[in-house]
Design a protein around this ligand. Structure first.
Ligand code: NAD
Ligand code: MG
Length: 378
């Protein structure tokens, strides 16, 4: 479980906790929250607990003293922990920081339940080629991609007319443009339908989340950018759709609870129980849809162009977005400047086309440096 202390980590471990006889936890990782990680490692009798932040190792060791859990820290330990023998790895670190450990799990040829969309956006073909080479199985946990995966259920992509990603539209869906410029971090992280980590919540507010998901879908379901669409669906009940050439559209519906797609990936191709409330469509009453507004929310347009450009461009988009979101959360960048910063960084840095993990990581680092330079100029 990569990213055990996060929102996806908590949802995953909640499912594991309900069926202890079914699961044996090998590795749990976190960034710097050693105390929480130690608590989870004790509860789930993990073999190894890893903090990415080496400075947190003494606290982790202290908190795990007297237990058989091995405690390690740093990037190399994270990669080592991700590579330990296991049947399934849940990749739920936030950001490109999760790329190397996710690739380590893929290299083992195992099943990887992928929530960490930034890793796939940045590495693109480098990751999908590694999946093919090792024989790994990549199961999407992101609710939209998990929905598409279920609606496709092995269909021939040549029979697909459209893949439609649904978007809630985020907390500012109905805000006028003037008000968006004044949006605060506290307002941005308050998502109307989902409870998630801060970074993805801001991405939902800017619609960059849907932009990243567009690129994610492009790699997971290679139908070409022209057959991928985005539609705003405020209720977040239809998680995405596939329309076939004969006019049939299949959709996956469910409550806005990540334990549903996580369970789908954990048990695939079987099914498992979740504690989620059954879908009560009569109570919900109405499902509505509308076209996205790319004037107020330009992120999906920027991401679509990055997907079409390919090569290292999506890695630059992702890195610039991570820097801009962090600056916004720190109160150093206006909400509407997040997408503008990303576009500006893309305009100033034309990366090469990476063919190895190290090349992706180098592009990510260079793009972050450029994005930070721009922030200082602003
Ligand atoms: P979160 O912020 O709640 O948790 C992130 C996890 O990653 C934590 O365990 C944290 O310790 C770890 N982490 C952070 N920085 C790290 C670093 N530099 N090195 C190593 N570990 C680090 O985030 P989340 O909401 O759980 O999202 C995790 C991933 O899943 C993201 O890629 C997000 O886009 C994706 N996702 C989340 C949801 C959701 O509902 N939360 C839905 C779909 C996809
Ligand atoms: Mg999603």
């Amino acid at each position: 479980m990569l990213g055990a202390t996060g929102s996806i980590g908590a949802s995953t471990l909640d499912l594991v906790r309900r069926e202890p006889e079914r699961w044996q936890v090998v590795t749990l990782t976190a960034n710097g929250n050693a105390e929480e990680l130690a608590k989870l490692a004790r509860e789930f009798s993990a073999e190894l607990a890893v903090v990415a932040d080496e400075g947190a190792v003494p606290r982790l060791r202290e908190a795990l003293a007297g237990t058989p859990v091995r405690a390690e820290g740093g990037k190399a330990a994270l990669v080592e922990g991700a590579g330990l023998a296991a049947d399934i790895t849940v990749a739920a670190i936030v950001g490109c920081a999760g790329l190397a450990p996710t690739m380590a799990a893929i290299a083992q040829g195992r099943t990887v339940a992928l929530a960490n969309k930034e890793a796939l956006v940045s590495a693109g073909e480098v990751m999908t080629a590694a999946v093919r080479a090792s024989g790994a199985t990549l199961l999407p946990v992101d609710s939209e991609h998990n929905a598409i995966f279920q609606c496709l259920s092995g269909a021939d992509l040549a029979d697909v007319r459209w893949i439609t990603l649904t978007a809630s539209g985020g907390p500012f869906r109905d805000w006028p443009a003037e008000r968006l410029a004044l949006a605060t971090p506290a307002e941005a992280v308050k998502h109307p339908n989902w409870s998630m980590g801060a970074k993805i919540s801001v991405d939902s507010a800017t619609m960059m989340n849907k932009g990243l998901e567009f690129i994610e879908a492009y790699h997971l379901f290679p139908v070409g950018t022209e057959r991928l669409r985005i539609i705003v669906h405020p209720q977040s009940i239809v998680h995405s759709m596939v329309e076939y050439r004969d006019g049939s559209t299949l959709a996956q519906l469910g409550p806005s609870d990540m334990r549903v797609p996580i369970a789908s990936a954990l048990a695939w191709p079987a099914r498992m129980d979740t504690p989620c409330a059954p879908l009560d469509l009569a109570a919900i009453g109405e499902l509505s849809f509308r076209a996205p507004d790319e004037v107020r929310f330009p992120a999906t347009r920027i991401a679509r162009h990055a997907a079409a450009a390919g090569g290292g461009v999506p890695a630059v988009l992702n890195a610039a977005n991570e820097v801009a979101v962090a600056a916004f959360l720190a109160g150093k960048l206006a909400f509407t400047h997040i997408a503008a910063q990303v576009e500006e960084t893309l305009g100033r840095f034309a990366p090469s086309s990476p063919s190895t993990l190290d090349e992706v990581i180098a592009i990510d680092a260079e793009a972050r440096a450029r994005a930070r330079e721009l922030l200082e100029l602003a």
